[in-house]
Design a protein around this ligand. Structure first.
Ligand code: PLP
Length: 454
């Protein structure tokens, strides 16, 4: 397979191989890595996905991007180990579906990206006889997805800092009951303080020997796995030999999920339209409508809290995909083809009132339980269909990105009952918790890392 190189969206860094881009994360010029060319599947290859389990589709997608750097048996093994859970397509009515991406170990769609990235990093670190320490700050959900994804891998340790009083007991237990190579630190401080300590550690040359990495959401290793579930949904619901096209609605915050979908489309998946559903952080819907991109600072608080993002980092990649250049601050140096973007995407912003009404209406009418993020997606799809009556018969899939049981207060207030816990969350009770406590003090934090990781 011909090698694909990765360039930086800021265009000022050398090209990287897949392994380099994966282990670096951010390009040295502050840009995001993008594949230099996007591989395409033939119609026959896409048609064949209908007979394959999820993990085999994942392996097929991944092998397109890693060239010869990983043998195919290894790719197959990684995908099998990463995706050992269900991906239900729940019918709502007619040919309209919810894709539940909430069946992984932390009941969040972030499991899809984090688990394969963990496997990939382990592979290259083992091959190069290197170790890496993943250092990450969390306000709750990302930390647990990362800790679970890296749990029990070789050549990788992970340390997660969380603000002691700002996460729920369940969020905490999702991290603190793992042990082994997972170190959890409760900080006497706020989420911003956790981030500040992590940032300082990354800039501290004296800690260079620890080979720190953030493995954060902009890593190319997290992006590629997010193309797979679009391929999967299409393969189960549509027939490419009949020329069928599909619509996806994507509840979006940092736009990694959407970027995965756009990759799948560029790889040949017949997507008619992406509905880009945001909460009141509506910088992208405003951009599509006005042609002016303006970040929202500070970001607006909405109940779909994982989408409270005033400047999505993956916008730089989306702009690049449409021929433009955007830097990490959101400044556009070269305009992308806005008309082409609007041909492929319909963007809309959904407020909290509409989000809550959607949870109530969808449950009352269809007995389908959504949580706030998935409800933003579903309401965006409803708006798209009502503005485009010719689309009524189209196969449509709205993504549900978290399990409703992660939002018991909201569901209780709207529907009057507590959602049932999935096994991944109910199994936490009774497991032993282990974590360390630190004050907000860099010296102390540094000493802690030095002692722990000799
Ligand atoms: C992270 C997250 C999102 C947003 O995904 P992006 O890729 O950042 O757009 C949506 N829903 C949930 C539950 C999330 O955790």
């Amino acid at each position: 397979m011909p090698e694909i190189y990765y360039y930086s969206t800021n265009l000022k860094a050398p090209k990287a191989t897949f392994a380099e881009a994966l282990l670096k994360g951010l390009a040295p010029d502050g840009g995001l890595y993008m594949p230099e060319r996007i591989p395409e599947f033939s119609k026959e290859e896409i048609a064949a996905f209908s007979q394959k389990p999820y993990h085999e589709i994942a392996a097929a997608v991944l092998s397109q991007f890693v060239g010869n750097s990983i043998p195919s048996v290894e790719i197959a093994r990684m995908a099998r180990e990463a995706y050992n859970f269900e991906v239900p397509l729940e019918n709502v009515y007619g040919n309209k579906y919810i894709m539940r991406l909430d069946q992984g170990p932390t009941a969040s769609f972030k499991d899809f990206a984090a688990r394969l990235m963990g496997q990939l990093m382990q592979y290259f670190l083992q091959k190069e006889h290197r170790n890496m320490l993943i250092l990450t700050a969390t306000s709750g959900d990302t930390g647990s997805a990362m800790a679970n994804a890296f749990y029990d891998l070789h050549n990788i340790n992970i340390a997660v800092l969380f603000p002691e009083t700002e996460v729920t007991p369940r969020q905490r237990k999702q991290m603190t009951t793992l042990h082994k190579n997972v170190q959890i630190i409760a900080l006497d401080g706020k989420f911003d303080d956790c981030q500040a300590l992590v940032k300082q550690a990354f800039n501290d040359n004296a800690l260079g020997y620890l080979n720190l990495s953030s493995a954060n959401s902009i890593n190319i290793g997290r992006l590629i796995p997010q193309a797979v579930y679009y391929m999967y949904a299409y393969s189960r619901l549509c027939d490419i030999t009949k020329g069928e096209q599909i619509v996806f609605s994507v509840p979006s915050g940092n736009f990694g999920d959407l970027m995965g979908g756009l990759l799948a489309m560029k790889m040949g998946l017949p997507v008619h339209k992406f509905v880009v559903s945001t909460n009141k952080n509506d910088e992208v819907p405003v951009y599509f409508a006005s042609g002016n991109y303006k970040t929202i600072v500070p970001s607006r608080n909405c109940i779909s809290s994982a989408m409270n993002v005033g400047h999505p980092s993956n916008m730089a990649r989306i702009v690049a995909l449409y021929g433009g250049v955007m830097d990490e601050n959101g400044t556009i140096a070269q305009k992308p083809g806005l008309e082409n973007m609007k041909r492929d995407m319909f963007a809309t912003s959904i407020d909290d009132t509409a989000t809550r009404e959607t949870i109530k209406r969808v449950y009352d009418r269809h007995k389908v339980l959504l949580e706030p993020h998935g409800a933003v997606g579903w309401e965006g799809l409803r708006q798209y269909l009502s503005e485009n009556p010719g689309e009524a018969d189209r196969v449509c899939v709205s993504l549900e990105t978290a399990h409703p049981a992660k939002f018991p207060e909201e569901i209780q207030a709207i529907l009057g009952f507590d959602p049932e816990l999935p096994p991944s969350l109910s199994n936490l009770e009774g497991k032993e918790e282990k974590y360390d406590k630190l004050a907000f003090d860099y010296k102390q934090f540094k000493q802690y890392l030095v002692n722990k990781y000799k």
